[in-house]
Design a protein around this ligand. Structure first.
Ligand code: CA2
Length: 150
């Protein structure tokens, strides 16, 4: 299985570290990408790191990942709670998928408690702050290694 992992980020995550630090912390998305690249290096993973405010772009990256990648880490942002289209795209991806949320969505408003993406994700990380991203990569590396041994 490919050791390429897509790290996908949904709408408004480009504002990370710039607004609402009480909810999402002080780290920017560039900081998150840097941390992911460091962890990926340790795990011998290659990563492609993307953010978009457009649902179709996230779907297109998932389709691209079908051809190239061994795993996906995804923070779908608010599309988590609305997007059957992203769920459908993930259902067409064969490798492991880890869903990441910076905040603990279960401690927040009721409309954030349901995730369409969780219907496909092999694991969900929520409320670990931006530390959740490197943790997701650790889990993906383990799942990719295990699949390679079979
Ligand atoms: O906790 C998460 O990671 C979320 O996926 C973030 C989404 C939210 O809609 C989900 O319910 C939970 C929102 C991302 C917006 O990020 C911002 C960051 C800084 C300032 C404003 C928005």
């Amino acid at each position: 299985m490919s050791r390429l992992v897509y790290v996908l980020n949904g709408p408004n995550l480009n504002l990370l570290g710039k607004r609402q630090p009480e909810v999402y912390g002080h780290e920017t998305l560039a900081d998150v990408e840097k941390a992911c690249r460091a962890t990926a290096g340790e795990l011998k993973l290659e990563i492609r790191f993307f953010q978009s405010n457009r649902e179709y772009e996230i779907i297109d990256w998932i389709h691209e990942a079908r051809e190239t990648a061994g795993g996906i880490a995804i923070n779908p942002g608010a599309f988590t709670h609305t997007s059957v289209a992203i769920l459908d795209a993930l259902n067409a991806f064969d490798g492991p998928v880890i869903e990441v949320h910076i905040s603990n969505i279960h401690k927040r408003e009721a409309f954030r408690h349901h995730s369409y993406v969780s219907g496909r994700a092999d694991g969900v990380i929520a409320g670990f702050g931006t530390q959740g991203y490197p943790l997701a990569l650790q889990r993906l590396a383990r799942l990719i290694d295990t699949a390679a041994q079979k």
